[in-house]
Ligand binder design. Structure first.
Ligand SMILES: [Fe+2]
Ligand SMILES: [Fe+2]
Length: 218
């Protein structure tokens, strides 16, 4: 078991090293008006991503036989649905039409791919979404909150109090699953490859997201 713990620590370090400087969705140096536009773009996409997260966990649940991990997933599903409703309401309050938003094809493809991975082993699936994806989400939300504080304090507060604490719990589910299940070199290699594949795909989505926001008229 200590071996699995060591593996999870090393993989977390590798993943953090991959992400250094790669979350290009928001620019800390930008003028307030640009930061507000970048924030809104993330919030619009966020409504979609939270709802797809609900769908994803529902699709994965029948394919997670390990009781200890299976028990944690309905709680995460519930959290993501709450995030969806809170963010959607915030967009409505801001005068936006969250239901008319067309998601970026890259995000849509990312969630379609994750749903299609449902029959892969639990240590691969959770390496992708909870371990790699949710850990990067936490980093991303920390950045979002810091950059939103002066341009939209109410949204910053919503993320800080009602979303971020749950996302830390979701990332912990990923670490727990890998610590519990990655007890052989073969499983560790498969989890590492899954984590890398997810990080590459998420980075691709971030780049497209930023390009789209930069190209949009303000
Ligand atoms: Fe969420
Ligand atoms: Fe989450």
């Amino acid at each position: 078991m200590s071996d699995a713990r060591e593996f999870v620590r090393a993989l977390a370090d590798e993943s953090a090293a991959f992400w250094r400087g790669r979350d290009v969705r928001q620019d800390p140096e930008a003028a307030p008006a640009v930061r507000l536009a970048q924030l809104r773009a993330r919030m619009r996409q966020g409504v979609y991503n939270e709802l797809r997260s609900v769908e994803l966990i529902a699709a994965w649940l029948p394919h997670v036989p390990e009781r200890e991990i299976r028990d944690l997933l309905p709680g995460q599903l519930d959290d993501e649905h709450r995030h969806y409703r809170l963010l959607r309401q915030r967009m409505l309050d801001l005068g936006e039409d969250p239901d008319g938003f067309r998601p970026l094809p890259e995000w849509e493809a990312l969630f379609d791919w994750l749903v299609a991975c449902r029959t892969r082993p639990t240590w691969e699936k959770l390496a992708m979404f909870q371990f790699a994806g949710e850990t990067q989400s936490c980093e991303g939300f920390e950045t979002l909150i810091a950059l939103a504080r002066d341009v939209d304090p109410e949204s910053a507060d919503l993320y800080r109090t009602a979303i971020l604490p749950d996302e830390y719990k979701h990332a912990a589910i990923g670490r727990r699953a890998l610590t519990l299940l990655c007890d052989s070199p073969a499983r560790q290699a498969a989890a590492r490859a899954a984590c890398r594949e997810m990080n590459d795909r998420v980075f691709g989505a971030y780049q497209s997201h930023r390009a789209r926001v930069d190209a949009a008229p303000r």
